[in-house]
Design a protein around this ligand. Sequence first.
Ligand code: NAP
Length: 393
Amino acid sequence: MNKPLKQHLIDPEICIRCYTCEMTCPVEAITHDDNNVVVDAEKCDFCMDCIPVCPTGSIDEWRVVETPYSLDEQFEWQELPAQADIGESSGVEALDDAMAALLAEAHAGAGGKSKAPASAAKPSVNLYNLGKPATARVTGNFRLTSGESGSDVRHIILDFGAQPFPVLEGQSIGIIPPGTDKDGKAHLPRLYSVSSPRDGERPNFNNLSLTVKREEQGLCSNYVCDLKIGDEIKVTGPFGATFLMPEDPSARLLMVCTGTGSAPFRAFTMRRQRSKAGGSGDLTMFFGARTPDSLPYFGPLGKVPEKLLKKHLVFSRQPGQPKEYVQHRMMAEQDAVADLLADPRTHIYICGLRGMEQGVEEAFRSISESTGQAWEATRDAMRDEGRYHVETY
Ligand code: NAP
């Protein structure tokens, strides 16, 4: 009989196929096929470099096994197998102390394993993959930011025609840029958050929207931002099973974002706006951009009533104004944030630049401590209850 060993695995239901782990792994233990991203047990040396870069926590899965799951087995999975009962060694507790310490270090910061809100609808994931992508037709491409701002952010509308493509607010899709890389391999899909609600950008049409910023050297962002009406593109997904909205209408949402990280929050807000029953729980947003004309949806956001969405639009490069980041405004609004933190109906979502995580964490810590609460305990309890979500790149 083999000696039980720990195997590092990836949860295929939660993984959003951004391939960041694969690009980060120093020993090339992470690989993918058309369906899943997987870990080669023979190569993985538990260095943990992949843990902090994963935006969803799907990378943080471990099983004690007698025989490691092969790559082919992992490629076939729709969901992760449960921990098999192999006697005393079973369970994640079997992780030794050194590994637990490495994991704790890798989880330092706001990231970590997240859970879907208890009342969230069940998402569909990975319906279309690299080998069998969906074809979407472009039905809209609108510039959201002014030419003078130097920022080119686009609102892209995609129609899926007769192909079923169900998405929930907070999910992402992959877009496969045409052509091949320097090794002649097809490009990997690039991931974009959906910015429309589940019933479509245009209600009851089989369409969705994305919020895409043109990056100077961006292979896919330039491709997407240059798309014309009628163009057809290859799409994978949908992906993401945790960064989802609670269905509970009394849930209060605290949304913190920078730049195009606002995409899922546009979807959340529209969902609440369109839901017949409305929501008794409030929506609060801290949204950071350089200037008003580089803040995606600045105009339309101004028209959303404060009663539905409390907006804190924060600018870092407004001429004549001090630099302000979202975390600074959270501190300035600490009574309102403390009220939200104290309410068990509150769900926190953080989306956008990876760099903002630390500052936002510090703001939460300071606000919690001012009310005599320990932030880490509050955050971990919220994460366990599916009420704390971070998706940053
Ligand atoms: P951006 O224009 O580069 O930045 C937006 C604002 O954030 C600017 O005002 C910037 O200020 C500020 N900022 C910079 N560092 C900060 C920090 N440490 N703390 C707080 N604020 C900070 O944003 P962007 O180019 O749209 O980028 C958005 C990011 O979100 C991208 O990295 C994108 O990949 C990511 N994203 C993630 C998701 C997702 O996770 N689902 C979805 C969409 C986008 P200064 O430049 O003046 O310093």
